[in-house]
Write a protein that binds this ligand. Structure first.
Ligand code: IPM
Ligand code: MG
Length: 356
């Protein structure tokens, strides 16, 4: 197994360090894992003038999986768009065809009251958002800003090919088959033709999965239903843009965006694993960040790329054990309590994993 470690910017390095601590425990138990680090995002721009250097891309192509921290920061926001840190993650998704993004939102019983929503609305929540990552308005052409003040025009293009839609819908159906067998496809077909095509294809594919109950929902309604009654959902499948927004929304059902892991898979099980949160420059380097989304992303790596459910479940159990001990980083700590540091949380998860 070869894993590329791309820490990136902001809190990326400190949360990835905690994931590596878990890897070290597994190594100690005899698991053979090779890791190699590379620069990405703002850190790579600072060193090489390029947020996604060829060397980094090469390492990713040679690896079985990627653990990715986060990229971005205010000091890069004024750079030309193709030099910005975000270009690195978008480029990796596109270049490696990591099209299927799985974003599970699970409420750990220990954290049912950490959500801003009432515990009776979120407790027991377990939904999976399947987001397409290589198409949509993120990549569609033409795009840009033209003209002169005060009459400039900005434009982006929502664009999906039928094969792109088909393969992500198949991912959604297959994941639903392995879970609660309910798939909700989210679109905006009342306004956007691209998403009418999406809905039509979903209907065409549905007979291939007779055991899955397919439903459709408009994205605005879905945003509302996610806070009204999130437990109605099992698997949500949607495009790049809607999935970006809905997954941030869903993360708060779990108490904190610092808890949400993700997997981005190509068609062969290779994957990039990253927390859904960003680089959080406001708290970077202070040991305050929650490493659990990163650690849970690594659990997903063992599940989806290495097919090792035992290790995946073991890491998830160790996370729950750390929470059950009462450990809380600042984002999930109750007011007036003293939060655990990034390293304390990582160490507690590692210790729990080691003792099992
Ligand atoms: C995410 C992030 C990215 C996205 C950004 C950093 C480009 O918000 O992974 O959800 O929009 O996809
Ligand atoms: Mg996002």
């Amino acid at each position: 197994m070869k894993i590329a470690l791309l820490a990136g910017d902001g809190i990326g390095p400190e949360i990835l360090r905690e994931a590596v601590r878990i890897l070290d425990v597994l190594r100690g138990e005899g698991l053979k894992i090779e890791t190699e680090e590379a620069l990405v995002g703002g850190a790579a721009y600072d060193a090489h003038g390029d947020p996604l250097p060829a060397k980094t891309l090469e390492l990713v192509k040679q690896s079985d999986a990627v653990l990715f921290g986060a990229v971005g920061g205010p000091k890069y926001d004024t750079l030309a768009r193709d030099k910005r840190p975000e270009k690195a993650i978008l480029g990796l998704r596109k270049e490696c065809d990591f099209f299927a993004n799985l974003r599970p939102a699970t409420v750990f019983p220990e954290l049912a009251d950490a959500s801003t929503l009432k515990p009776e609305v979120v407790s027991g929540l377990d939904i999976m958002i399947v987001r397409e990552l290589t198409g949509d308005i993120y990549f569609g052409q033409p795009r840009g800003v033209t003209g002169e003040k005060p009459n400039r025009v900005g434009f982006n293009t929502m664009h999906y090919t039928e094969p792109q839609i088909r393969r992500i819908l198949h991912s959604g159906f297959r994941i639903a088959m392995a879970r609660g067998r309910k798939l909700c496809s989210v679109d905006k077909m009342n306004v956007l033709e691209t998403t009418q095509l999406w809905r039509d294809i979903a209907e065409e594919i549905a007979p291939e999965y007779p055991e899955v109950a397919l439903s459709h929902m408009l994205v605005d309604n879905c945003a509302m239903q996610l806070v009204r009654n999130p437990r109605q959902f099992d698997v949500i499948v949607t495009g790049n843009m809607f999935g970006d927004i809905l997954s941030d929304e869903a993360s708060m059902l779990t108490g904190s965006i610092g808890m949400l892991p993700s997997a981005s898979l190509d068609g062969n099980g290779k994957g990039l694993y990253e927390p859904i949160h960003g680089s959080a420059p406001d708290i970077a380097g202070q040991g305050k960040a929650n490493p659990l989304a990163m650690i849970l992303s690594m659990a997903m790596m063992f599940r989806y790329t290495f097919g090792n459910e035992e290790i995946a479940a073991g890491i998830e159990k160790a996370v729950r054990a750390a929470l059950a001990q009462g450990l809380r980083t600042a984002d999930i700590a109750a007011q007036g309590t003293r939060p655990a540091s990034t390293a304390q949380m990582g160490a507690a998860v590692a210790a729990s994993l080691q003792s099992h």
